[in-house]
Design a protein around this ligand. Structure first.
Ligand code: FAD
Length: 171
């Protein structure tokens, strides 16, 4: 799989312009572009509004990958797509005797629990706070009515503090 970075298109371009833009960038026949997926799209808003554009990072398969790589050997924006798949660091033994304990069900605990489960370790997750529905009521109770429940609030409970973030968390 190949990756193109820094592919620029006008911000108002129709979706169907993406494929021809990739084909043109690579200088290949349209049929030779087998498939593509959008890895990342960002905005370039550094210039005046009439020049706003999208900048794409695209992963794609072509009929003759070696030939394309050869053509673009000196182009830092056309490369083999990096393998970013997660490689588990271990696997639980079939006769697992002891189960790991994860304390807290915030973003870190959720992710640790997920990975441990995927590796077969059957984690036990302990969470001191309440489930998310009750927690949301308690948290809004503080923010709207100034009533603090010291055991159920924005910090403690299912989802951790991340439950009330505006979504910038990345893993
Ligand atoms: C209002 C708010 C908005 C935020 N907005 C953003 C944002 O927009 N973007 C962003 O990136 N970050 C944001 N953050 C920060 C982000 O939420 C934290 O960085 C993130 O939640 C930390 O994750 P964590 O799993 O390490 O800890 P926490 O989310 O704090 O999770 C810890 C969990 O452990 C539990 N726990 C604690 N002690 C015990 C115990 N003794 N036994 C059992 N369980 C226990 C807690 O109840 C909690 O559920 C925000 C935080 C708050 C409070």
């Amino acid at each position: 799989m190949l990756r193109i970075t820094e592919l620029k298109l006008p911000i108002d371009h129709p979706d169907e312009d993406l494929r021809p833009a990739i084909v043109q960038r690579l200088g290949i026949a349209s049929d030779d572009l087998l498939d593509f997926t959008l890895f990342k799209r960002s905005y370039d808003a550094r210039k005046k509004s009439s020049e706003l554009c999208f900048i794409y990072t695209i992963d794609l398969n072509v009929r003759d990958e070696a030939a394309v790589l050869h053509t673009f050997a000196d182009d830092r924006n056309v490369n083999v797509a990096p393998d970013v798949s997660y490689k588990p660091v271990g696997q639980a033994p079939a006769d697992l005797q002891q189960r790991p304990i994860v304390v807290g069900f915030g973003p870190c605990g959720i992710f640790a629990g997920l990975l441990l489960a995927q590796m077969g370790f059957k984690p036990i997750i302990l969470e001191r706070g309440t489930e998310v529905r009750q927690r949301t009521k308690d948290t809004w109770g503080l923010w709207r009515k100034s009533v603090l429940n010291p055991e159920s609030n924005v910090q403690f409970g299912e989802g951790g503090a991340g439950t009330f973030s505006d979504g910038k968390l990345y893993s």
